[in-house]
Design a protein around this ligand. Structure first.
Ligand code: ATP
Ligand code: MG
Length: 357
């Protein structure tokens, strides 16, 4: 029986375009080898579009990105010509807010020890999953310039959390832990210094955790937890954290297992079913156009997208192929992983490893 799904692809800027192009090769390969067809349409908004038109995403665009759409594959956004990522904020933050993609899901696995800056006995088998709150906290653009109490100009950004938002991300972390046979969920915050928000998160975490009493829990401060993520990443299981701390922990975790080039992420609204998948890395202007960007993070993101499309057979097969590829000798790798291969060489090898039987 044929299954058809529809996705939107937003390549964005820089290496975002290059790595999504590689993901499309994998989609095409699966479309041609099986009855599970993923149809895709491009939404080509990038820095050039923004510079020409003065906007990148209108409210009226949102409908075309969601009507009849089962998922979005995103590349990266960012361009040195546009200060402060104005267009990136407009695009990504608007998508996150208007689609209410409140779960930022970042699985971090040490597939091979050899890409980690840590000694291999410290990272082997590390398998952490970060649930970052994706809509509130310090990322709501509430604040501005104010008169400082000392008479100098000051600036202020306000962190804001509602019980509703805190509850739903915490619940998602626990539910995912149960569904995936995980043992433990840690809350990471800075409740000793940022006390109001800290108390809200801790109170709700304790309350919700009671519904999942076979899952162990921990409450940790972000500073000590960063230290632990580096010194003992294998001790970390599922983590739930705020928008800011989740962002930082996600990149730190990526660094621990081998870098931004291999780490995927998903932005999900579990209720509406709308989700956007993207590598953790940005547009990397320093290597854009050179054909050396590592497509692995985008291909792992694609695997998460197939899972989301309820085509998890392909999600598993893409993940298995990328895992196997990462265990190959470094000469098959892009320069960020110590090799000399180009972007499309990597995809070619991974495609040859995808089981299409
Ligand atoms: P942006 O402003 O879009 O976030 P950035 O300058 O912060 O871009 P990132 O993409 O976040 O750059 O990555 C930081 C550095 O890591 C890049 O400059 C690049 O050298 C390296 N890097 C990131 N992603 C990849 C990748 N897929 N392949 C190879 N190197 C990468
Ligand atoms: Mg960046």
């Amino acid at each position: 029986m044929n299954t058809e799904r529809k996705i939107i692809i937003i390549p964005g800027d820089g290496i975002g375009k290059e790595v999504t192009n590689e993901a499309v090769k994998v989609i095409e390969h699966i479309n041609h080898s099986s009855c599970d067809v993923v149809n895709y349409e491009y939404f080509n908004r990038d820095a050039d579009f923004y510079l020409e038109h003065g906007y990148i995403l209108k409210d009226s665009d949102i409908k075309s990105l969601t009507d009849g759409v089962d998922g979005i594959l995103f590349g990266a956004i960012g361009d040195p010509r546009i200060p402060n990522m104005e267009h990136g904020r407009e695009l990504l933050l608007k998508l996150r807010q208007s689609l209410d993609l409140y779960v930022n899901f970042r699985p971090i696995r040490a597939v091979s020890n050899c890409y980690s800056p840590l000694k291999e006995n410290r990272v082997e088998g590390a398998d952490m999953v970060i649930f970052r709150e994706n809509t509130q906290g310090l990322y709501t653009q509430v604040g501005g310039s104010v008169a400082g109490v000392d008479g100098t100009q000051a600036a202020m950004d306000t962190a804001y959390y509602s019980t509703h938002s805190v509850d739903r991300i915490i619940r998602e972390a626990f539910e995912w832990a149960v569904a995936n046979d995980r043992r433990r969920v840690d809350l990471v915050d800075k409740a000793n210094a940022v006390t109001n928000i800290g108390q809200l998160w801790r109170t709700r975490f304790r309350k919700i955790s009671k519904e999942f009493n076979h899952i162990e829990t921990g409450e940790h401060y972000i500073d000590a937890y960063c230290q632990r993520m580096v010194s003992d990443p294998r001790s970390i299981d599922v983590v739930v954290s705020s928008n800011l701390f989740g962002d930082i922990l996600g990149d730190l975790g990526a660094g621990v297992v081998g870098g931004l080039g291999i780490t995927p992420s998903a932005n999900i609204n579990p209720q509406s079913g709308i989700a956007l998948f993207e590598p953790v890395h940005g547009s990397a202007p320093d290597i854009a156009g050179k054909g050396i960007a590592n497509p692995v993070a985008s291909l792992y993101s694609l695997a998460l997208l197939y899972d989301h499309l309820r085509l998890d057979k392909w999600g598993k097969r893409i993940t298995a192929a990328v895992d196997e590829y990462l265990q190959m000798a470094s000469s098959h790798k892009t320069p960020d992983l110590g090799g000399e291969a180009g972007t499309s060489d990597v995809t070619e090898q991974i495609i040859s490893l995808i089981d299409v039987s």
